[in-house]
Design a protein around this ligand. Sequence first.
Ligand code: NDP
Ligand code: GDR
Length: 365
Amino acid sequence: MKTALITGVNGQDGAYLSELLLEKGYMVHGIKRRASLINTDRIDHLYQDPHEKDVRFRLHYGDMTDSTNLIRIIQEVQPDEIYNLAAMSHVKVSFDTPEYTANADAIGTLRILEAVRILGLEKKTRIYQASTSELYGLVQEVPQKETTPFYPRSPYAVAKLYAYWITVNYREAYNMFACNGILFNHESPLRGETFVTRKITRAVAAIALGLQKTLFLGNLDARRDWGHARDYVKAMWLILQQEQAEDFVIATGITTPVREFVKMAFGEVGVTLEFKGSGVEEKGYVAASTNADFKLEIGTCVVAVDPAYFRPTEVELLIGDPTKSKEKLGWVPECTLDQLVKEMVTADLEVFRQKNKTQFEHLIG
Ligand code: NDP
Ligand code: GDR
């Protein structure tokens, strides 16, 4: 039985990856940091009582900013594979907490690599580093591929740039099997509520059920290459199963503006949007037609721009070239953007209906 260690196990990707590795028969160890409230919702269905026999899923308290703790856990677990997913992963927030972001995302990666080296596990342990399309930042070339120059545009992306290169350096310097997956945006019903897709699908559900009036967003013209997290964690695993350690772009090859995602999500609840105002973006969108199942009046302003959500430096266009991953890993994304939007809106409607069961009983089913 192979043993995997996942940092950031209770994040979006950690949850899907844990499921995948358990299905494949792995013993899965996860690192989560202590929080004042329990925040393991995404992995609660995988929880196994450690007192039972043959437990294959175990959680450890840890933090990317604490080397002693990382060394101890890696020593105890002796992993065949480490998936380093833990990070302060919000681009906008990284402008507010740049030093912490560098500590967790950049030096945290160094701590993992160095722990493996200190423990003499260089030959045994393969390492996956969660690199990102944010490395490309200011457009140098499209579509972006493994050889495209990086131009990071946020403290998050700069920290991830360090993590990318220190992973490459440890591979070259110490012959370690350490790889970067340069993943483009991937979403799901488990996506954090403050990333744009989930913020939109949650708001669409809340607005449709009469629980929220307006969705305030930032830059509607940014374009992203969005896939489904369930597909992307398969690529992480494949990257570590190769004969040679290499870096891969994981993307769909299709880019879509945030504005279009908004329209698609409202479309799922039968609402079409009409731009209101005389060319002044800030007037936002109103509902032009609505589905009778939901409580929304035609003409209600449902989307508006709030400059508070603009970033000091923005990444305007991301579109990945997944040719290498298709050819070498045999990886192709299965979920289309239409299917992703539908799954996310449906899940968020369900969340609100469960929360407000008595209030919305007539809408259930
Ligand atoms: P999430 O934000 O959902 O999860 C991040 C995880 O890291 C959470 O479990 C979080 O714990 C944990 N974490 C944060 N800081 C620390 C710390 N100091 N010590 C220990 N754990 C910590 O991110 P995703 O699952 O979406 O992404 C996984 C990784 O992939 C991240 O590194 C992200 O930067 C990267 N990435 C993501 C992409 C995407 O589109 N989703 C694309 C490309 C890269 P807690 O719950 O306590 O905050
Ligand atoms: P991103 O994701 O910055 O690409 O990083 P996010 O969903 O936060 O933003 C995508 C684009 O939407 C624009 N936007 C808004 N974003 C947020 N969060 N909230 C808003 O209200 C809003 N309005 C418009 C943003 O300006 C941006 O252009 C994600 C994270 O998962 C990173 O960890 C990961 O590395 C990259 O994807 C790939």
